[in-house]
Design a protein around this ligand. Structure first.
Ligand SMILES: [Zn+2]
Ligand SMILES: [Zn+2]
Length: 361
């Protein structure tokens, strides 16, 4: 129970405290994020090295050499096809020339003009080149089809090797998954090893120092740590179990808060209230709304919690005491004592004239 009545402060102070509590919580959350990220950057298992342990090395090198051969063959086939195209073009040209020469010869025969020796020689050489070309074309054709056949055989072999490798990769993948899962759990363990002690420390401080004026600091620290822990746990552990734990804890916390507030409103702590009222009366402020109690010589003055000690009160103290109601909130502040019929404080337990006690609510 607080031993001193708490000053509520102006709204701007209360707002500032709430705002900076939030900012502090965000900053702490941020710092925790750095720790967690550093832990998270610990490297996990390397799939390539695991795969190397599982795959047959000869098979792998065979597969690589097959792929190299296939690539080389593909390149050769492309070259040969290109050559074939050039030879084909040249053949077509020659064929046209020969056709023209034949046409000329036919024309000459009709007109009775014989082919000259040079023309005859040209014709023969063109024909020879054409036949040579045709032969080359056929040869190239044969080479290309041989190469294609070889390539198909190689592709088949490579596919078979790949199938064998694939069956060997499955255990590698299983091992990788197993190691990854273990690594994940290790990361979660390290993160919680950093966060959980902090959370426990925060909880202890919040519970022990709950009446300290610095409680917003501890709450900011505790809140930020709690959120981080919840996020880490949510990320690493199967949510199907965790959601029950989370909703269970939330239910307990919310129920406790609700009970606390209901009780605070239903049973205000009398001692605390009296202290609050006393302090307000000392400053001539309404204990409920802090509006100045303007009675006697203070009737024409105005002050606040801070300026109350600075104002100069006129020396006329002859004014009689009278009952008084706060003009702002309507609470009775001074009333007639039922015992001595003088004016007493309505919200303090004892009459200042006769000492009669009353219940302060
Ligand atoms: Zn009032
Ligand atoms: Zn009295």
């Amino acid at each position: 129970m607080p031993t001193n009545p708490k000053s509520k402060g102006t709204w701007i102070h209360r707002f500032a405290i709430r705002l900076f509590t939030l900012v502090l919580a965000v900053l702490i959350f941020w710092v925790l994020g750095f720790f967690v990220d550093d832990i998270r950057s610990i490297p996990g298992p390397d799939y390539d090295s695991i795969e190397q342990n599982h795959l047959n090395k000869d098979l792998v090198s065979q597969r690589i050499s097959l792929d190299t051969q296939i690539a080389a063959l593909t390149r050769q086939i492309l070259n040969q096809t290109e050559k074939q195209r050039v030879v084909g073009d040249s053949s077509r040209n020659l064929q046209q020339t020969i056709n023209q020469l034949i046409d000329l010869q036919k024309l000459g025969l009709q007109k009775g003009i014989a082919f000259s020796e040079t023309e005859q020689a040209n014709f023969t050489s063109s024909l020879n080149i054409f036949l040579d070309n045709q032969k080359k074309y056929q040869e190239l054709n044969q080479t290309v089809s041989d190469m294609l056949e070889r390539k198909q055989a190689l592709v088949l072999e490579s596919e078979q090797a790949e199938q064998k490798l694939e069956t060997q990769r499955q255990p590698a993948r299983d091992e990788f998954n197993r190691l990854s899962e273990r690594h994940r759990l290790e990361l979660a363990f390290f993160q919680l090893a950093v966060l959980l002690p902090m959370l426990i420390a925060a909880a202890v401080v919040v519970i022990k120092k709950r009446s300290s004026i610095y409680i917003p600091l501890f709450l900011a620290f505790g809140g930020a740590t709690l959120v981080k822990v919840v996020l880490v746990v949510f990320e690493y552990f199967p949510s199907k179990y965790f959601k029950y734990i989370l909703i269970g804890s939330l239910l307990i916390v919310v129920a406790k808060l609700l009970i606390y507030f209901i009780r605070t409103i239903a049973f205000p702590k009398t001692q605390w209230l009296v202290k609050q009222y006393r302090e307000a009366y000392e400053r001539f402020l309404c204990p409920v709304c802090e509006y100045p109690i303007r009675i006697g010589p203070r009737r024409f003055l105005f002050w606040t919690r801070r300026t109350v000690n600075k104002i100069v009160v006129p020396g006329d103290h002859s004014v009689l005491e009278e009952a008084y109601t706060c003009p702002s909130c309507g609470c009775n502040l001074f009333e007639e004592c039922p015992s001595c019929h003088k004016v007493r404080h309505s919200m303090l337990p004892n009459c200042s004239h006769c000492g009669t006690e009353k219940d302060v609510k």
